[in-house]
Design a protein around this ligand. Structure first.
Ligand code: ATP
Ligand code: MG
Ligand code: MG
Length: 373
C-alpha cells in the first residue's frame, strides 16, 4: 500500500522481505537492476546492511525489526532511518513503551513488571485485581502474546501459553469502546492527526473500523486526537504512527499501544481522506509537505478480510462479491497462502450518510467467509 502512492510521486522503493513475490514486490517493479528488491528477513543484519547501501532513506512497515542494526546503518543514510531506531526500540518492547508513555505524563492504565512464575502472577493479581491481562513484552500482534487471567486457576495455562516470552501485565480496562488515531510526524517534529475512529476487534483481531468516531459528546474525538498527537510528539523521527486507545464510560481515555508505522485502523484513509496514511508516511520521511488529513466523504468503514480456513478461493469469491457493493473498494494483499485468522485483505466502504454506510456494510458482513455473528 506504500508502493502505490510512491509510484504516483515517482519515488523508487526497494523492499526487504522474505520471498521473491511478497506482497509489496508484486506492486512495485524495480526500474533497474541496482534497485532490485531484496529477499530475506527484516531482522537479518546482512540484508538490512545491503538495503541501507542502496537507498537514501530507510523505513519500516513492522516494528519487529532489528533496531540495533538500523541504528548502526543510520549515519550512512543521506536521509536517515524513520522513525528513529530509538523510537522503534522503545515501541517494540511494550513494557518499555508503557513506561515511556507514563514518564511523559500520558494516560496509561496500571501495569506491572512480572516474572514468568506462579508467585509473581499471584502477586500481580493481588496488586491490580482480576481479570489480569498478561502480555508478552515483545513480538506481539493480533493478540498473539496476550492472555487474560479471569480466575486464579488459569495461572498455569497462562504461563504455558506464554512460555519463553518476556512478560508484563496490565490492569483490565473496562472500556466502552476502542478508538484509534493516525498521526503523521514530519522530520521537523510537526504532527498532524487524522480523525479519531472506532475500532472493533473480534478474537483479538481488528474486524471493523468506523470513521469518523461517532460519540454523543463531540469533544471526545478532539480529545483523542490531542492525546494521540501528544503521544507521537514524545517519540523521535518521522513517519506515520497508529495510536490505539481505550475510551471509558466517563469519557476518560487510556493509551493502549502505539504502532510506529502505517496501521490497520488507518487503511480507510486511502479512499476516505484527502491524503492516505501511506502517502503521508512517504511525505513525512522525505521532508515533503504533509497532506491534509481531513475526510473527503461523510462516512466510511473498513472491514478486514480474514482467512476463515486455508481456502484462498473463499477470500477471492468474497472479494468478487464485494465489487458489486456501491462505495466498496477491495484490497487483496496477494498473500500466496490463506490461513485461519490471517489478514488477507480489506474492504473500505464509503457513503453519504451513516445509514447508507451501515446498509452497505451489512451486505458485506452477510457474505463474509466463516461463521456469522
Ligand atoms: P495488534 O498489534 O494487532 O493491535 P497486539 O497483539 O499488540 O495487537 P494489544 O493491542 O495489546 O495486542 O491487545 C489486543 C486487544 O486486546 C486490544 O485491542 C483490546 O481489545 C484487548 N486489550 C488489550 N489490553 C487490554 C487491557 N489492559 N484491558 C482490556 N482489554 C485489553
Ligand atoms: Mg500491537
Ligand atoms: Mg493493538
Amino acid at each position: 500500500m506504500l508502493a502505490v502512492p510512491a509510484s504516483l510521486l515517482d519515488i523508487d522503493m526497494i523492499f526487504l522481505d522474505v520471498g521473491e513475490h511478497s506482497p509489496a514486490k508484486q506492486v512495485f517493479a524495480p526500474k533497474s537492476a541496482d534497485k532490485a528488491h531484496i529477499n530475506g528477513a527484516f531482522s537479518d543484519p546482512t540484508k538490512i546492511r545491503e538495503l541501507a547501501q542502496k537507498v537514501d532513506v530507510l523505513t519500516i512497515e513492522i516494528e519487529h525489526v532489528n533496531a540495533d542494526v538500523l541504528e548502526k546503518v543510520e549515519p550512512s543514510l543521506p536521509l536517515g532511518v524513520h522513525p528513529s531506531p530509538s523510537t522503534i526500540r522503545i515501541i517494540q518492547d511494550k513494557f518499555v513503551q508503557k513506561k515511556h508513555l507514563r514518564s511523559h505524563g500520558l494516560p496509561v492504565s496500571t501495569f506491572l513488571q512480572i516474572e514468568s512464575t506462579k508467585e509473581s502472577l499471584e502477586d500481580a493479581m493481588q496488586k491490580v485485581g482480576l481479570p489480569l491481562m498478561v502480555k508478552s513484552r515483545t513480538l506481539a500482534y493480533d493478540g498473539r502474546g496476550n492472555f487474560v487471567i479471569r480466575n486464579q486457576s488459569q495461572i498455569a495455562e497462562a504461563l504455558a501459553v506464554l512460555k519463553n516470552r518476556p512478560l508484563y501485565c496490565e490492569k483490565w480496562v473496562p472500556f466502552e469502546a476502542e478508538i484509534a488515531v493516525m498521526v503523521a510526524r514530519s522530520t521537523t517534529g510537526e504532527v498532524r492527526s487524522y480523525p479519531a475512529v472506532e475500532t472493533i476487534h473480534k478474537d483479538n483481531i481488528c474486524h471493523l473500523v468506523f470513521a469518523p468516531l461517532r460519540h454523543k459528546d463531540p469533544v471526545i474525538a478532539d480529545r483523542a486526537r490531542a492525546v494521540a498527537e501528544a503521544a507521537v510528539k514524545s517519540f523521535e523521527g518521522a513517519g506515520i504512527f497508529g495510536v490505539e486507545m481505550f475510551l471509558l464510560k466517563d469519557g476518560s481515555m487510556y493509551l493502549n499501544e502505539i504502532a510506529p508505522r502505517p496501521h490497520n485502523s488507518g487503511h480507510y484513509t486511502i479512499e476516505a481522506c484527502e491524503t492516505s496514511q501511506f502517502e503521508n508516511h512517504l511525505r513525512a520521511i522525505l521532508s515533503l509537505p504533509l497532506g491534509s488529513t481531513a475526510m473527503k466523504v461523510p462516512s466510511a468503514a473498513m472491514l478486514n478480510v480474514i482467512g476463515a480456513s486455508s481456502d484462498l478461493e473463499e477470500v477471492k469469491s468474497f472479494a468478487s462479491f464485494a465489487l458489486t457493493v456501491p462505495g466498496a473498494s477491495v484490497h487483496l494483499y496477494g498473500k500466496g497462502e490463506c490461513r485461519k485468522g490471517r489478514k488477507m485483505g480489506h474492504v473500505t466502504v464509503v457513503a453519504d450518510s451513516d445509514a447508507e454506510l451501515r446498509a452497505r456494510l451489512r451486505i458485506l458482513l452477510d457474505h463474509l467467509p466463516g461463521p456469522k455473528d
